[in-house]
Design a protein around this ligand. Structure first.
Ligand SMILES: [Zn+2]
Length: 109
């Protein structure tokens, strides 16, 4: 079972209370960008086996969006944090690096 603590209201919610929102930290490109960039923004997503940064909504709770860093293989959650930031907090990146030596934040897509 996936348990995520909503950073907005502090409730530890299982997946039945949450709605997935896909990959976090996407750089948005509009119709003024070139076709390849716009296509990549619309359709291309990371699907890693391992550390992933995701958007979740506490749909059956406070209703707010937040970000989560977790391992897609082990379901270990490294932390949840505000959806209002452009990169994960340092403490979460340090927690990931402790479990996955050599891990480096690559930035948004
Ligand atoms: Zn909440």
């Amino acid at each position: 079972m996936l348990l995520l603590t909503c950073p907005v209201c502090g409730v530890a919610a299982d997946e039945t209370e949450l709605a997935p929102g896909g990959e976090a930290h996407l750089t948005r490109f509009g119709p003024g960008s070139d076709d390849a960039t716009f296509e990549s923004y619309l359709f291309h997503r990371k699907n890693p086996k391992g550390v992933h940064f995701e958007r979740w909504r506490h749909a059956h709770g406070c209703g707010k969006w937040f970000h989560a860093a977790r391992d897609t293989v082990t379901l270990e959650v490294f932390g949840t944090y505000s959806a209002q930031v452009t990169e994960p907090p340092r403490d979460i990146l340090d927690r990931i690096a402790a479990k996955h030596p050599g891990f480096e934040w690559e930035g948004g897509a």
